[in-house]
Design a protein around this ligand. Structure first.
Ligand SMILES: C[S@@+](CC[C@H](N)C(=O)[O-])C[C@H]1O[C@@H](n2cnc3c(N)ncnc32)[C@H](O)[C@@H]1O
Length: 243
């Protein structure tokens, strides 16, 4: 490590962001309905979400409520997020969680479903798709390790319905060594997203594209720690003068 690197501030960790008691109360008091109510409605199992994600979910997911959608979440842990999605989306939704930890198979109430396997295992993921059909929404809240996030995206995105959403949470881990991350670390999901931005504009430059963004991605919404990708077979853009 060079002298300058040695003088850098330490990288923050999760504990630096834990809400205080009064902040938690303020969040509850201001929650209202929708996804915040679904989050706070936990009785049996906790969900684990950064609070600013909840408004982002509401913006993109409210159209999917009370419809027969197919929702796939990577990362079950306590099972509380699957319960939250059931409260939010309602009875017609198919809600499937996947996790590498076999004990997660016990942390689910029907009609929610859990399947056990790794998010970078193509055979496993394609089996889940074969069993439950093309998802409308994939939410990656799994290992938060870049090579896993990329593998899941590369396997699942082609199966996502056109018009569907692919959401990746906690991408700040791309900067954290415990998650194989680092600032501008090659292969992190942040660097992959930068590549997607270049590829989305692949119509306008002559470099090789390596992600589906040129042909298949309508928009990449990058927020603090969470990315919402809209699938849309947009094809070649057209330009027109009005007269
Ligand atoms: C952040 S927790 C999920 C939290 C949950 N979605 C919630 O909101 O409460 C991450 C989960 O990903 C799982 N996980 C870790 N590596 C995985 C992998 N390679 N494939 C699938 N799941 C994995 C862990 O077992 C853990 O349960």
């Amino acid at each position: 490590m060079g002298i300058r690197a040695g003088l850098r501030k330490p990288v923050p960790s999760m504990k630096d962001f834990a809400l205080t008691g009064s902040e938690i109360q303020a969040f509850k008091d201001g929650a209202g309905g929708g996804v915040k109510a679904a989050f706070l409605g936990a009785q049996k199992r906790p969900a684990h979400k950064w609070t600013h994600y909840l408004d982002i979910y509401e913006r993109y997911l409210s159209n999917y409520r009370d419809k027969p959608i197919s929702f796939l979440e990577i990362g079950v842990m306590s099972g509380g997020s699957l319960d939250m999605w059931r409260r939010y989306f309602g009875e017609p939704a198919t809600i499937v969680g996947i996790d590498i930890d076999p004990t997660c198979a016990e942390r689910v109430d029907p009609p929610n479903i859990v399947r056990i396997g790794s998010q970078d295992d193509r055979r496993f993921l394609e089996g889940v798709i074969n069993e439950f059909g093309a998802p409308d929404v994939v939410l990656d809240d799994g290992s938060h390790i870049g090579r896993h996030q990329r593998a899941s995206f590369e396997i699942l995105f082609p199966h996502l319905k056109s018009g569907g959403l692919y959401i990746i949470e906690d991408v700040h881990t791309a900067y954290w060594p415990d998650w194989e991350g680092g600032y501008k670390r090659n292969g992190s999901i942040i660097e992959y997203t930068k590549q997607m931005i270049d590829d989305l504009h692949g119509w306008y430059h002559n470099r090789r594209t390596t992600t589906p963004a040129k042909d298949e991605i309508g928009a990449i919404h990058l927020y603090d720690s969470i990315i919402v990708i809209e699938k849309n077979g947009k094809g070649k853009p057209g330009f027109l003068a009005s007269i």
